[in-house]
Design a protein around this ligand. Structure first.
Ligand code: RIB
Ligand code: CA
Length: 306
């Protein structure tokens, strides 16, 4: 997670969902610097009284590039400039990659899913430094990419690239080319207005009782006021593992552009209806093509459950 508003909402959803056993959280450089992302992860864990879940500080920069930020959208604190109190909890003393590896190793069966809601820097570094980790992960679900498979599937950071992939395209390339099955929730699904929060959803949320509703509405306030809508990018990636029936996927061979002048960070999905025998096609990726609008009500109910 890279410490933004939708990362926070995604963490709340994950930690409030009995269907998931959340072992730990790693922060990564992205929307905000990794130090801020770590603080924001700790804020959520503390808010939900889940100190059983470790939060580790991950890599502070993309593998080979300078970081880019999204503080104009998420606020300088990553949480809509809501200036919430600092957490009392401290991050794990373990380096993030070791924390992930220990969790993978302690899992009885190869049943661990890694859900990525920020740049893929930590996971690329894990797979590079600890190649055995690849065989210990059942699936990687990413919020990332824009695959041009729906009318919403174009870029947000550039005309063709989505922020998480564009932030560290080399890391994304490593993850896409590794052997772990990938489900990719990209802008093709998350930018559909039918699954975005509206002003009336925000009003409903703000009128709910409870500190989680109060927290969620405080971090959403500025964006709803400015844009009138809010895309639930990261919560959708988490919801894939909670209510898979809400989501449709299609299998595309896809790969990440790491050299293009205008296409850097583009996730190139091969939509040809034959399988070329050259390696240009990339590896198979399950790309999310749509989300049922019922997801939004499910998310709001789970977020505000007493
Ligand atoms: O492009 C949207 C993604 O980039 C989301 O994960 C958001 O939090 C930012 O990280
Ligand atoms: Ca994010």
């Amino acid at each position: 997670m890279d410490g933004g508003i939708d990362d926070a909402l995604a963490l709340i959803l994950a930690l409030r969902s009995p269907e998931l056993e959340v072992a730990g959280i790693t922060a990564v450089s992205g929307n905000v610097p990794v130090e801020q992302a770590t603080v924001n992860g700790l804020r959520i864990v503390e808010l939900l009284d889940r100190s059983d879940v470790w939060v580790a500080r991950g890599l502070g920069n993309p593998l080979f590039r300078d970081p880019i930020r999204a503080t104009a959208f998420h606020g300088s604190d990553g949480l809509g400039d809501s200036n919430l109190p600092l957490p009392k909890l401290s991050p794990s003393r373990k380096p993030a990659l070791n924390a992930i590896l220990e969790t993978l190793a302690s899992s009885k069966r190869k049943s661990t899913t890694i859900i990525c809601t920020g740049p893929l820097t930590n996971i690329a570094a894990l797979l590079t430094e600890f190649p055995d980790a690849e065989g210990m992960v059942e699936e990687i679900v990413i919020m990332g990419g824009a695959y041009f498979v729906t009318e919403y599937g174009f870029g947000n950071e550039t005309p063709v690239a989505e922020f998480n992939v564009y932030s560290d395209p080399e890391a994304a390339k490593i993850v896409f080319e590794a052997g772990v099955p990938i489900k990719a929730v990209g802008l093709d699904a998350t930018m559909n207005p039918r699954v975005q929060l509206t002003k009336s959803d925000y009003s409903w949320l703000r009128n709910r009782k409870g500190w989680v509703s109060a927290f969620a509405s405080s971090i959403l306030k500025n964006n709803i006021k400015t844009y009138g809508r809010f895309a639930l990018h990261d919560p959708m990636a988490v919801a894939v593992k909670i209510r898979p029936s809400f989501f449709q996927f299609a299998n595309y061979h896809a790969q990440v552009e790491t050299k293009g002048e205008y296409t850097l960070g583009m996730t190139v999905a091969d939509r040809r209806d034959w399988l070329p025998d050259d390696k240009l096609a990339g590896r198979p990726v399950m790309v999310c093509t749509s989300a049922d609008p019922k997801f939004k009500q499910f998310f709001l109910r789970r977020l505000t459950a007493a």
